[in-house]
Write a protein that binds this ligand. Structure first.
Ligand code: PRP
Length: 177
């Protein structure tokens, strides 16, 4: 099977992850421990790379959600599958996403994680489909703005395929079968 065409190369991703890590490390330099919360499954590769580039004390948590979809279109309803394991009360939290599309998932996560009363809560996503936003959410750190494309790789899947591709590729109409 053909490999998906490249949208963002592994080299560009690595450069941008290093830049984001430097920015986040500077922003949290005087704040103590930062809790990175990866949103499963898609963020696992980005989170692993970002976390290892940070120069500040950090701990890792995961949260899992699922969105109810009609075909390829998200309905906007999000369900919690697995909550964070550790206590995040009075701690600085950074939600780490692979992609923000409609914004429903991130809006939902901000709601439930805020109820744990963290000291602060910010958001970071590798990819942002700004033109697809259906709800407004504050995103503090964005790797790459992208258009309304179906993308795979670096953690993102299409029907569970291509998550381990080292770059961000575009799903072509031929692949959507
Ligand atoms: C993707 C992505 C975000 C969400 C963004 O997850 O990882 O969590 O969709 O979409 P939204 O902004 O429209 O809410 P997905 O449901 O594909 O699950 P996965 O990460 O397990 O692949």
């Amino acid at each position: 099977m053909n490999q998906p065409p490249v949208l963002i190369s592994a080299e560009r991703i690595a450069d941008r992850v290093r830049e984001l890590a430097a920015e986040i490390s500077a922003d949290y330099a005087d704040k103590g421990d930062l809790v990175l919360i990866g949103v499963l499954k898609g963020s696992f590769v980005f989170l692993a790379d970002l976390a290892r580039e940070l120069t500040i004390p950090r701990t890792i948590e995961f949260i899992a959600v699922s969105s109810y979809a009609t075909g390829s279109k998200s309905s906007g309803a999000v369900r919690l599958i697995m909550d964070v394991r550790g206590n995040i009360e009075n701690r600085h939290v950074l939600i780490v996403e692979d992609i923000v599309d409609s914004g429903h998932t991130l809006a939902y996560l901000l709601g439930i994680l805020s109820s744990h009363r963290p000291a602060s809560i910010r958001t970071c996503t590798l990819l942002h489909k700004a033109e697809c936003a259906e709800v407004e959410v504050d995103i503090d750190y964005v790797g790459f703005p992208i258009g309304d494309e179906w993308v795979v790789g670096y953690g993102l899947d299409y029907a569970e395929r291509d998550r381990t591709l080292p770059y961000i590729g575009i799903v072509t109409p031929d692949d959507r079968r």
